[in-house]
Design a protein around this ligand. Structure first.
Ligand code: HAM
Length: 415
């Protein structure tokens, strides 16, 4: 006997109601992205690993521990993308002409994390990115779109918080990193192993350590907001003003440094109120250093990504189709009856979602229609053929009528 093969750990199949929800989230996302003039893009799932070690950062968990990397037959080191921003930035650097390039995308990402509810090794993200221009309005707009999207999904605003922070310019970050490192160096004996390993190369990341001992040490650590340049502070103030003016509530969180190294200035995260680790549903920020880390070009960018599975967990089931697309079952008692039909042609030309079922057992056809949520059953059985008729049953209203097969008009009868 052959053994069953299970899905790879941390991956999952999407089907039925899950697939309906998935498509609903993706379609709603693109409708909002289109409204704000973002253009859809798909970048490859496999990339050169170097793209992510340069952009996301060699010392991050994503690159150092969670990448699915492999050596290709020609010896190049490739990987499955852990996120979409770097691939889009690579494309933008190569194709930029002027103004803003505005991108929307969705697709699978891969991180070899420890799987748990809401955390997968293959998961799906939707992303928007605005590359090439910089202004507080652009930062605000990106956050506004996120908020509009979450509201449109029907996730009410008492279910989540928007956290925002500013990491300042690259220069601000360098200066602050030195201060923070000096402060934290007094506690090398008490810092967690992970934080200690970050102390020299990336002390900023220590700020979002989840370790209780680290958190205690961080209470008296210098605060990034006290060490931003005037320019960076003004930039951040304008974004906060736009958010308030447009009724978007937020909380400032100066520990929000994010797990990817490319951020400067604005960072933000929409988190659910639930007390669990996987509570980030949508996150992003400004990445003015990124393009120059992966290309000879230098231009600003900002964007966000949301985990589709995490959004799906927060919305109710969705109904497939709408009233304008009734679901029809055309049931025939014999295969030959297909020939005599202009009904089939009319079905093919219509927008109705439909299925054709052939069975000698009429009872079976009716029960199939009932079990599979059809709205109408069109029946051509032996008796219908003899009288040159078709029976039409409205399965919701439970009304059945017969019509002449010769001049049957599908659109007139299905409403
Ligand atoms: P990120 O915070 O790594 O950012 O991921 C964004 C979102 O993807 C998270 O908030 C979460 O909803 C979802 N997510 C991440 N990892 C998993 C996982 N293992 N399982 C399920 N969902 C997950 C980025 O990826 C950046 N590229 C965002 C960005 C775009 N920044 C600028 N532009």
């Amino acid at each position: 006997m052959n053994k069953n093969i299970s899905p790879v750990k941390g991956t999952h199949d999407l089907y039925g109601q899950d697939m309906e929800k998935f498509n609903y989230v993706v379609e709603l996302f693109y409708s909002i992205a289109n409204k704000f003039n973002f253009n859809a893009i798909q970048t490859p799932i496999i990339e050169n690993q170097e793209l992510f070690s340069r952009s996301v950062g060699e010392l991050t968990d994503i690159v150092s521990k969670e990448m699915y990397s492999f050596i290709d037959k020609n010896e190049s080191i490739l990987c499955l993308r852990p996120e979409a921003t770097s691939g889009i930035a690579r494309f933008a650097a190569a194709n930029y002409q002027s103004g803003s390039l505005k991108f929307s995308t969705h697709g699978p990402m891969f991180r070899r994390e420890r799987p748990q509810k809401g955390r997968y090794r293959q998961f799906y993200q939707i992303n928007i990115e605005n590359i090439g221009e910089k202004s507080p309005y652009i930062d605000f707009e990106i956050i506004y779109i996120a908020s509009a999207f979450i509201n449109k999904l029907g996730i009410s605003n008492d279910k989540y918080n928007l956290l925002i922070n500013s990491l300042g310019s690259a220069e601000d970050q360098n200066n602050f990193s030195k201060l923070l490192k000096d402060y934290l160096s007094q506690f090398t004996k008490k810092l967690s192993e992970t934080s200690l390993s970050r102390l020299n190369k990336n002390p900023l990341r220590i700020l979002d350590s989840k370790d209780d001992g680290d958190r205690e040490i961080l209470v008296n650590a210098p605060k990034i907001r006290d060490h931003l340049s005037k320019e960076s502070k003004d930039y951040f103030s304008k974004i906060k003003m736009f958010l308030s003016d447009n009724g978007i509530s937020f909380q400032e969180d100066d520990k929000l440094v994010r797990g990817l190294d490319y951020y400067t200035h604005t960072t933000f995260e929409f988190q659910t109120n639930e007390e669990k680790r996987q509570n980030a549903i949508l996150a992003g920020g400004r990445y003015d250093k990124l393009i120059n880390m992966i290309s000879t070009k230098d231009m600003p960018g900002i964007g966000w990504a949301a985990g589709i599975e995490r959004l799906m967990a927060l919305i109710p089931n969705v109904n497939k189709g709408n009233n304008s697309s009734k679901k029809i079952l055309l049931a025939l008692q014999k295969e030959e009856y297909l020939n005599s039909l202009n009904v089939l042609k009319q079905l093919y030309q219509s927008d109705f979602s439909h299925e054709i079922k052939i069975s000698n057992n009429i009872k079976k056809l009716f029960s199939y229609a009932d079990k599979n949520d059809f709205d109408f059953l069109l029946l051509i059985g032996e008796s219908e053929i003899q009288s040159n008729e078709i029976s039409v049953k409205d399965l919701n209203k439970k009304i059945q009528k017969t019509h002449s097969l010769t001049d049957f008009n599908l659109k007139n009868e299905i409403r």
